[in-house]
Design a protein around this ligand. Structure first.
Ligand code: UDP
Length: 239
């Protein structure tokens, strides 16, 4: 195992919808186990792993607000959804004998630890996987922004966005057959072309802190290790 200072620190953001597998809603434990095994492989290879998991497989605040809910209350529900996902992933990682801690931006001390940056750094230094739950703890944000925020706070070398699509496209590849995938983009290109891969707040935070963002499909088996090795299909966003 490499010395602590040599180990790359990565923040992996996993979209909630990935954890649904082929279900319509909620958590598919086989899929969580498959993704967890890939995370364990990366940890065993010497990477320090920070995780942010979305909540879209349960609830998105915007959708609740569109149906008449108060946006702040709806976002609270969305953030609680991310805690459920983080707890499920922690269970899977622990079954794989990987020590993993959930730190929540909304304190709930009987369920998991509250987010304290120094504590998170200590966990990482001792080889634990740290799962940041409840997003930023604030409404009107997304877990992509939480991922960029935690990546900056934890001084991560890279932010990996593991989603259902294998990169950033010129248009929505699900609806536009002409859509092409970019290999590389700058932060400014993502912002100025309004490419819908991450919200502007997340891209801006990554840009301001010079954290490269790599978008890839975590639905593809083995994709995490490929991306970490610098291969595989993805889009890399840098300055
Ligand atoms: N959320 C929030 N503040 C945050 C992060 C998330 O209010 O800092 C809420 C918001 O309602 C969001 C939901 O949690 O819709 C789930 O997060 P997100 O949509 O980012 O999940 P993903 O699409 O990645 O599964």
């Amino acid at each position: 195992m490499a010395a602590d200072s040599d180990r790359k620190r990565v923040l992996l953001k996993v979209s909630g919808e990935v954890l649904m597998g082929s279900r319509e809603f909620g958590i598919d434990l086989d899929t969580v186990s498959r993704v967890g095994a890939e995370i364990a492989e990366a940890a065993q290879a010497g990477y320090q792993i920070c995780l942010v998991i979305g909540g879209g497989n349960f609830f998105r605040g915007v959708a609740g607000a569109a149906k008449g809910m108060d946006r702040v209350a709806a976002d609270h529900i969305g953030m609680l959804a991310t805690v459920m996902n983080a707890l499920a992933m922690q269970q899977v990682l622990q079954k794989l004998e990987l020590d993993a801690r959930v730190l929540s931006a909304i304190p709930m001390p009987t369920v998991c630890e509250p987010f304290v940056r120094d504590r998170a750094l200590k966990h990482l230094a001792s080889g634990k996987v740290v799962l940041f739950a409840a997003g930023t703890g604030n409404p009107f944000f997304t877990t992509d922004t939480a991922a960029a925020l935690r990546a900056a706070e934890m001084r991560c070398d890279v932010l990996l966005k593991g989603t259902s699509v294998d990169g950033i496209y010129s248009a929505d590849p699900k609806t536009d057959p002409q859509a092409t995938r970019y290999e590389r983009l700058t932060y400014m290109e993502v912002l100025s072309r309004d490419l819908k891969v991450m919200d502007a707040a997340a891209i801006t935070l990554a840009r301001d802190n010079q954290i490269p963002v790599i978008v890839f499909s975590i639905r593809t088996q083995g994709a995490l290790m490929s991306v970490l090795a610098g291969s595989g299909r993805s889009t890399i966003v840098t300055a």
